[in-house]
Design a protein around this ligand. Sequence first.
Ligand SMILES: Cc1ncc(COP(=O)(O)O)c(C=O)c1O
Length: 376
Amino acid sequence: MRARPERLDRLPEQYFTALLARVAAAAARDGETLVDLGRGNPDIGPPPHVIEALSATARRSDTHGYAPFAGLSALKEAIAARYRDVYGVDVDPEREVAVLPGSKTGLMEFAQVCAERGDAIVLPDPGYPDYRSAVALAAAQHVPLPLLPDARPDWDAAPRMAAALYLNYPSNPVAACAPDGVFEEALEWAHRAGAWVMHDFAYGDLVFDGRRPTSFLAVDGAREIGFELYSMSKSYGMAGWRLGFAVGNAEIVARIEDLQNHQFAGIFTAVQEAGIAALTGPQDTVEERRTLYEARRDRALARLAGHEARSEGTFFVWFRLPEGLTPERLLEEHRVAVAPGEGFGKQGRGWARLSLATADETLDRGLERLRGALGV
Ligand SMILES: Cc1ncc(COP(=O)(O)O)c(C=O)c1O
């Protein structure tokens, strides 16, 4: 057998695949039923009118061929309308929007379309593990950028030159919203470093305590060198449907579409029509979902009171582990799974992420076990 191409061996261990396997192995062992607060998988699906749009479109005989590779114009117009009405940003739907099979695809594509082999790509630490996969696949060089306690990058630690910067607010895993001025600082650094900027807005609508969603594109000059990823997974509970967008810089949008024309053959029309229904129909479920996660966040922080834990948005809580208590011990001895912080980067060591995307009873049971383990 020929050896695997080096490209595959460059990829890091897939954090979530490995986590799920460890949790499944622990769950299979004898003992109390395991409580899984590790996985961030939305527990509530899309509203009925979205499901109806999917099934009505699937029942039509003219929707089963290849969809237009670049996506339906009406879908691009629908996301442009959301950006205008909710985030106060005007974008040209034809030139400044690419339709993606999930925003994860976009974050992988970004590295491919902006970096040459060996170029530096700057990633937040802690940050979403798949960014590292994107850098590895592009044979670029990963430069971690530590986040300060307020989740602002430590710009003094940023390199002088780089091809790209990944940013993510509200942040997975640290559950922080964008600190004031952080996008302006990012643009200033990126201009000096000659870097493109991608802002991952996957949790954009899930913000707490009266905060408003803050789009990177609302900052002057952002689209000159940057773009934003928007996901239908979290705001609309459509994670399994695989639909997202790259919005912003027209050159990056064109490059992503170019790559996708080679790699994919469009997205099932019924999924795109459902996306249009979600974006243009009643929006009450977006707020209901946000409120539900906020209530669960309140519950989690109340149960962990006295312990260092935070969440300003997303559906996660980021908390410190006391000396000697590891995620492995939580899993094996306390039968509760959380996502180990060090898997999100060196700065995550000694921390862990728990997910609020789980039924209230499961969350309560998990929190009780955590309280026992943390001694709160
Ligand atoms: C920070 C972040 N970005 C991107 C994604 C990918 O989202 P999707 O591909 O479902 O749009 C996720 C999914 O969990 C995420 O947590």
